[in-house]
Design a protein around this ligand. Structure first.
Ligand code: URA
Length: 221
């Protein structure tokens, strides 16, 4: 197995309460709460990732003296797959509040309404990432193909030193695909790992369509 995988729901914490609300079809009807819960998961994942980063000591002047504090010399770059990644991204950004940000659009194209689909990547807005730590987030790691394509698109801006994949629900298949197609120094952080995919590559039991639940239906006809 390449890299590490952290399933954060294995240790019981308030994260599991947030996950139960995110999955619950009744509570999902409240879009504001759904988005805020994704954001809260992002905040928790950011805190967990922060424990792996490098800190330096900086003397900080308080009203009563000087304290040697451990601070981050630089913050990770936060990269997000549009549109479903936005609330999770906001949660990461609430914690890494001085971070630079990358946005990538990736969407599924189903031909003739069949189950099979291709993922199209169209848009990239990103700073240089050469030698940096990057957190790439998408709430649902289903097949893993959007994540891998987004990572490849980001390589146009340099090769990161360390990559963290942050996700709310991952499938085992998605994790395997990421491990096979992303560098060894990739660490996956999932708030939960489910073990099934539907023929249309939705995670079971999962939560449904994260983008639609956060922002509404995409159909316009
Ligand atoms: N994207 C989603 O929003 N949900 C899934 O289950 C899989 C991909």
């Amino acid at each position: 197995m390449n890299g590490k995988v952290h399933n954060l729901s294995l240790q019981h914490s308030v994260l599991n309460q947030f996950m139960s609300e995110i999955r619950d079809t009744d509570i999902q009807l409240d879009r504001l709460r759904f988005r805020r819960n994704l954001e809260r998961v992002g905040e928790i994942i950011a805190y967990e990732i922060s424990k792996t980063l490098r800190y330096e000591i900086r003397p900080v002047t308080t009203p009563l003296g000087v304290c040697d504090c451990h601070v981050l010399p630089e913050q990770p770059v936060l990269a997000t797959i549009l549109r479903a990644g936005l609330p999770l991204h906001q949660g990461l950004l609430n914690v890494f509040d001085q971070a630079e940000n990358s946005f990538i659009s990736a969407y599924r194209v189903h031909h003739n309404d069949a189950d099979a689909f291709e993922v199209e990547v169209e848009y990239l807005a990103s700073p240089g990432i050469e030698g940096k730590t990057v957190i790439l987030c998408d709430p649902m790691l289903a097949t893993g193909s959007s994540m891998v394509l987004a990572y490849k698109a980001l390589l146009e801006r340099g090769r990161p030193q360390q990559i963290h994949v942050a996700t709310v629900i991952a499938s085992e298949q998605g994790i395997n695909f990421v491990q096979q197609n992303m560098p060894d120094e990739t660490t996956v952080w999932a708030a939960a790992i489910d073990n099934k995919l539907t023929p249309r590559a939705y995670i079971v039991p999962g939560l449904g369509d994260a983008g639609d639940l956060a922002y509404g239906d995409k159909t316009w006809l």
